[in-house]
Write a protein that binds this ligand. Sequence first.
Ligand code: ADP
Ligand code: MG
Length: 595
Amino acid sequence: MSIDPAAELPFYYGSISRLDAEQHLKLAGMADGLFLLRQCLRSLGGYVLSVVWNLEFHHYTVEKQLNGTYCIAGGKNHCGPAELCEFYSKDADGLVCTLRKPCLRAPETPIRAGVFDSLRENMLREYVKQTWNLEGEAMEQAIISQAPQLEKLIATTAHEKMSWYHGKLTRQEGERRLYSGAQPDGKFLVRDRDEANSFALSVMYGKTVYHYQILQDKSGKWSMPDGTKFDTIWQLVEYLKMKPDGLVTVLTEACVNGKAEKTPSLPSNRPKVSSAGLGARYTPPPGVGDLPMDCSGFNPYHNPNDIKRFNIKRDQLLMDEVELGSGNFGCVKKGVLKLESGQIDVAIKMLKSDNEKLVKEEMMREAEIMHQLDNPFIVRMLGLCNAECLMLVMEMAGAGPLNKFLSSKKDTITVENIVNLMHQVSMGMKYLEEKNFVHRDLAARNVLLVNPQFAKISDFGLSKALGADDNYYRARTAGKWPLKWYAPECINYHKFSSKSDVWSFGITLWEAFSYGGKPYKKMKGPEVIRFIEGGGRMECPSACPERMYTVMNECWTYKHEDRPDFKKVEESMRAYHYSLSNKALVEEATAEAAK
Ligand code: ADP
Ligand code: MG
């Protein structure tokens, strides 16, 4: 998940100490401009650049800024550690010299994992597991799709799960707990102070308890008086285990909060996402800013294997009169599926009773495809029911098709929200690509929403499973095709592949950023084909960010060989989604702090 952006750099050593860094540089010869990069302990996601000049060592802290860029104090911002090092290899810009020669990590020396890396990963997993009751692949997908929000959530509340955290406690009670049992130097606990968002550290030294207030500065960082500042309380504590930083002693063992369970249960009322180190709690307006996993009742993230059955009995189904949509096969109705464990809302695709055999077979094929798919961003089929007519029972995506949703909510849905949803669609499509399925009808009308933050791909009526050795499906005859969504090779050669789905994803992106607009205006199918063959492409929708328009145009690469696959498209969507989410969290926090 939170892959270190420096991990690819051959001169990156991970979490090594200053002395270790100097040792490596000595062994490598101490040439002027010899340099390496290591992890910074103080700031979340920061680095230290260690450089040799005149047989001396110089260490520069590279801070990760709130907007996700990196800089050395007083220097320019760079989008990543690699870009930063490249810049300083050409321009010293305040450093003692330019970076001239990377001190390469020996193949037998692995990148040293930081204290926080594994801890953060574990907490994140534990959090998602407990709060949303997710496991396995669904958990991984949830984490990828919401990583920035989750990381902040964890980072700012992580101390609550630590054994040394005692919650609200008086000074006297804190002392009593520290004095009970053994009294080694450095035994410590952290407790809440009376004021909101204020903490104290109580430490044993020479059989006496000392109390320190943990200070928070204006930007939300935590520290000891005049000490090093940290984004989170638990980082501060980890640091104080290594350096006293003004305390009477380094921290040693935790005075364990007896009330805490082994795996402390998380607060039932999930604290809202608060931003990078800002103690201020962020409370989004109702319904906005919620994470997709926050669904009442049946969790659509969860793999419903316990309820998935190919054959559903008629008496397990309650049919609602409400019609969710219709097509030439019949209609889709709202319903309830009754199970031993309770009831869940479902959508039921019903075949018109007077339909001929062919259509029935078509729906069976759709069911067969859906039955093989299992991904949080794809509508799950729960089963088939053969009664008054053939019925395909699916999990419910109650907020409806993406195009309708966006066109009816033009004023309230932000670009960030759309990027999040379309990133989820790209995750679902990447999954299909990996499983060797082609969708053939990807369009905003077939992206359904569970809630404003959670999208699922639906309508597998035209989909095909490709053979193990095939990478495309050839249609024998052209049918009623959504031409405006189809790549040139589909129209010209009837060839369908994941790459042609990528073209459709581009059109879907265009629809999304034009808030449910109709692609190619009033052009008819054949006109669109001429337009595309002549090199024409749709213009950038007015609300669409430049980077998303770039992705669209990549999806509309004429030759499928040159077109990106969904692996690549998902990467682009993810990078942009993460950068926006980080920015949004920072802005909320800044606004909150200004109050
Ligand atoms: P068609 O093949 O006719 O396009 P779809 O599978 O796209 O059929 O379904 C038609 C409509 O029914 C959708 O546009 C949507 O409004 C509604 N619908 C389909 N599946 C669901 C679902 N799982 N949850 C909610 N609504 C659904
Ligand atoms: Mg449809």
